[in-house]
Structures are given as structure tokens and as C-alpha cells.
Design a binder for this molecule. Structure first.
Ligand code: GLN
Length: 451
């Protein structure tokens, strides 16, 4: 049914970069046979899942939305893929994304944009617009995304889906092509909170292949949804994200959701995180700095594309011609920005200062979590904007990330879930909850109560 749906709508939505119909049907048949033989399978066995193309798969190409990796089929599976396959989920294809997960609209994909299923003229969010659009358009019931500054949560917000960024270290990053290693985290995308929780339970857990992987034993997120109860829960409204710069229809739905939670017995309090004023500036130094280093490996020798300069040349000439042809404008912008911020003489002024701001953000969160069990804000300032609206203005694109970036700087978990449609444009609105590190289950509790 999902393959039929893809055939019917993906020409317009363009959520997928690659689909694997034969392999999917073969896996499905194998699962059916095991179930028919009486084998006790995981509840998600046989459920199709779409995979963001930043995650390496040993049976499908992986491009990370870039020309520089066109045609590359990785020799191994990411740890999350190993876990999905072991549980019997069926990877049906790879989803579109901004090149190397840099962006908020999927317009920076080298393979053309994805369209928002709610309005094909609008962006599906980014960088994981393909995963969110696949789930919103019923092409897949579940998807995996990656979130470095909001790339799971902001697409969920603009497509009316659920997206979760787990605690940093909660889900293995082994086999996720790194954008910014200290910020990246893989997580679930789905249409309901329970679906995300069940997928979260499959992918979480320690992995010796990821040196930042936590060794915690995680409680069941699905149980947290099933037992959802917000009576007595203190929910802190982030003052810096509740007014200026936010669309009226977004704020209306946000406040309605707070009323629902209050009626269910939650206590709504105000909290202030003054350092959020500097969060975007700090993020857009730290992230490009790490990205410029991570992307250095795409040198024409080890992976994907190789472009020989006319008339030949040195190895540097080949690398330079390949990177010139293989990287898009946004990737180049960030490589240059990051390299500059890390260069001798500027390191302390830019990268060093940004790291200090990062510490201030972490302290602000620690203080806020003394006053509240979870924090809340709209997931992004506006509903889905029009394709092309912000492509000429990187700063406008970056400002979209104000509500999502802080969680990555602090390493804490966040969830975005739909709370209806904005009055002025009829487009989906998401609410975001944040919890202290390791307390992902609190997000599923409050999400379950609201759903
Ligand atoms: N929009 C953010 C950026 O462009 C988020 C990216 C992400 O989470 N991968 O960096």
C-alpha cells in the first residue's frame, strides 16, 4: 500500500531520493512467513520506514543530498539500520534533505526540493523535509531523521507530524554522515506520539561504535505514552520564545495547547533563558566549524565524485575541482565560514566565544529545569513558508531555527507534535517540549497527554 502511495504522489511531493520496492516486498514476505510460522515478532515487524539519506545503508545509495556522494552505496549499515532490521521494520527508501543536512527547507538538496503535502507550493521544512513529507503524505508510517539544529522538529512542525530529537548520546550516530558531531542526533518521525515512542525504543541504547553513546538503560518510551498523566507536572513557558517574531496563528494554537494541559492538571509557569538571544549566533559558528572539519573527508579520493581538471593537474587540483563541482552553495558558505572561525588568530574571537555562549545556554537550561519539569515553546516562528521565499537570504533562513537550536547546544531532548492549523493560512502548527538530558520519557508523557 505504501509503495502504491509513493507511486501515486511522490512525483509531486518528491520526498524520496531512492526507493527499494523489490527489496521491501521481499522483506515483507519474509516477515509474513516468520509470523505465519508462529514466531513472536517485535510489534513494529513488517512496518515500512523511510530513512533520511544522511544515514548509511548497505543496500541503497546514500548521498546526504549532495552531488559529491552521487551513486555511493556504503559498504556497511548505520547502527540504527542494524537495529531496525533486527526488529523487522522494512526500509522502503531514502528521503530527500538539504545537502549534508544544512538548511531549514530542503531547498538546498542537490536533487531538487521536496514539496509540503499540505500545500505543494510550500517548503516541508528542513533539513529532513523528505522524511516529514513522506510521513505526512502517507507514503510511510514512520521515518528516521537527524537533528543538528532542528532538522527533525521543524519539519514535523510544518507538516503536522511528530518528530523527536533524543538526548545527545541516546541514539547511536555510527553511520550517520556527520554534520556537526557535538550537535547531531538521530530520531523518529511519525504521525502519532506513540509511533515515535515505539520507534525510539527500537533505536535507543549504547553502541560501542559511537564514542559519545550513553550507557544508560532507557525506560520504555511507549510505556510513558500509554501511562501519560500530566497532573502536577510543572511546564515552563520559555519567555524568549513566546511573542516577538512569532506568527499570530502559531501563538494562538500554542496557547490553546497550554490551556488543554492546564485543564489536565499541569501547572504552567514562566521561565526565562536570557542567553537564547545569542544562541543562533553561537550555533552558526559552532555548526559550520564542525561541518568544515567533517566535510574535509570528501576529497575525491575516498568517496563518490571525482572531477579531473581540464589538462590534468596535481592531487590538490583534483580535490579542488571535485569540491567546486560537488558541493552546493550552502555547503560552500558553511565550509568557508567554519574554516574562517577556526583559523589561527580568529579561533578565540569566534569559535571560543561561541563555546562560551554554549555554556551559558546550558546553564540557563539547568536553572530553568529547577523551576519546571519540562519546558515548552512553539517549534518554529512561522508555518511553512513558500518555496523560494528565503533562498536568497541565508540570515532569514537561519532565524527560523531560534526555537530548535538551543536543545542541540545543550544536548537535551525535544519533541514537536501537531496542535492544529493556523487560523490565517490553514497550515500545521507544532508545539515543542524540552526535557533535561536523559529524561526523554518526560516528553513522551506530556506528548501522550496532549495527543
Ligand atoms: N536549520 C538548521 C541548519 O541549517 C538545522 C540543521 C539540522 O538540524 N541538520 O543548520
Amino acid at each position: 500500500a505504501h509503495l502504491d502511495r509513493i507511486a501515486a504522489v511522490d512525483g509531486e511531493v518528491h520526498a524520496f531520493l531512492h526507493t527499494a520496492p523489490e527489496a521491501s516486498l521481499a522483506t515483507a514476505a519474509a516477515i509474513d512467513a516468520r509470523r505465519a510460522a508462529g514466531e513472536e515478532l517485535h510489534p513494529l515487524a513488517g512496518v515500512p520506514i523511510a530513512i533520511k539519506d544522511v544515514i548509511v545503508t548497505n543496500d541503497m545509495p546514500t548521498t546526504s543530498g549532495s552531488k559529491i556522494l552521487e551513486g555511493w552505496v556504503p559498504p556497511y549499515d548505520a547502527t540504527v539500520m542494524v537495529k531496525l532490521r533486527a526488529a523487522g521494520l522494512i526500509p522502503i527508501g531514502k528521503t530527500n534533505m538539504d545537502e549534508f543536512a544544512m538548511g531549514s527547507s530542503t531547498e538546498h538538496s542537490a536533487y531538487g526540493p521536496t514539496h509540503n503535502p499540505w500545500d505543494l507550493e510550500r517548503i516541508p521544512g528542513g533539513s529532513g523535509g523528505g522524511s516529514a513529507a513522506a510521513v505526512a503524505s502517507f507514503e510511510a508510517p514512520l521515518a528516521l531523521g537527524s537533528d543538528t539544529g532542528g532538522s527533525i522538529r521543524q519539519p514535523a512542525h510544518v507538516t503536522g507530524t511528530v518528530g523527536v530529537k533524543p538526548t545527545y548520546g541516546g541514539v547511536s550516530r555510527y553511520g550517520a554522515i556527520a554534520l556537526a558531531s557535538s550537535l547531531d542526533q538521530i530520531g523518529p518521525v511519525s504521525r502519532t506520539v506513540l509511533d515515535s515512542a515505539m520507534l525510539h525504543d527500537v533505536i535507543a541504547g549504547h553502541d560501542p561504535f559511537d564514542s559519545t553513546s550513553l550507557t544508560d538503560a532507557w525506560p520504555s518510551m511507549a510505556e510513558a505514552v500509554r501511562r501519560a498523566d500530566v497532573k502536577g507536572l510543572k511546564i515552563g513557558v520559555i519567555q524568549q520564545l513566546d511573542g516577538e517574531g512569532f506568527q499570530t496563528g502559531v501563538l494562538e494554537r500554542f496557547r490553546e495547547a497550554l490551556d488543554v494541559l492546564a485543564a489536565a492538571g499541569a501547572e504552567i509557569v514562566d521561565v526565562s533563558l536570557p542567553s537564547l538571544e545569542y544562541a543562533i549566533a553561537a550555533y552558526y559558528l559552532i555548526m559550520p566549524a564542525e561541518a568544515s572539519s567533517n566535510l574535509a573527508k570528501f576529497d575525491s579520493v575516498r568517496f563518490g565524485l571525482r572531477v579531473n581538471p581540464p589538462g590534468g593537474g596535481t592531487v590538490e587540483d583534483v580535490m579542488s575541482a571535485t569540491r567546486e563541482a560537488g558541493f552546493g552553495a550552502e555547503a560552500k558558505r558553511r565550509i568557508i565560514l567554519g574554516t574562517y572561525a577556526l583559523s589561527a588568530g580568529y579561533y578565540d574571537a569566534y569559535y571560543g566565544s561561541a563555546q562560551k555562549v554554549r555554556t551559558l545556554v546550558q546553564r540557563d537550561f539547568a536553572a530553568a529545569f529547577e523551576q519546571a519539569d519540562v519546558l515548552v515553546s512553539p517549534t518554529a516562528p512561522t508555518t511553512a513558508f513558500k518555496l523560494g521565499q528565503n533562498t536568497g537570504d541565508p540570515m532569514a533562513m537561519y532565524l527560523n531555527d531560534i526555537a530548535t537550536i538551543p536543545a542541540n547546544l545543550a544536548g537535551i531532548p525535544g519533541i514537536s507534535l501537531p496542535v492544529g492549523l493556523a487560523r490565517e493560512d490553514g497550515l500545521p502548527v507544532g508545539i515543542q517540549f524540552l526535557a533535561p538530558a536523559r529524561e526523554d520519557a518526560r516528553l513522551y508523557n506530556v506528548g501522550g497527554a496532549l495527543e
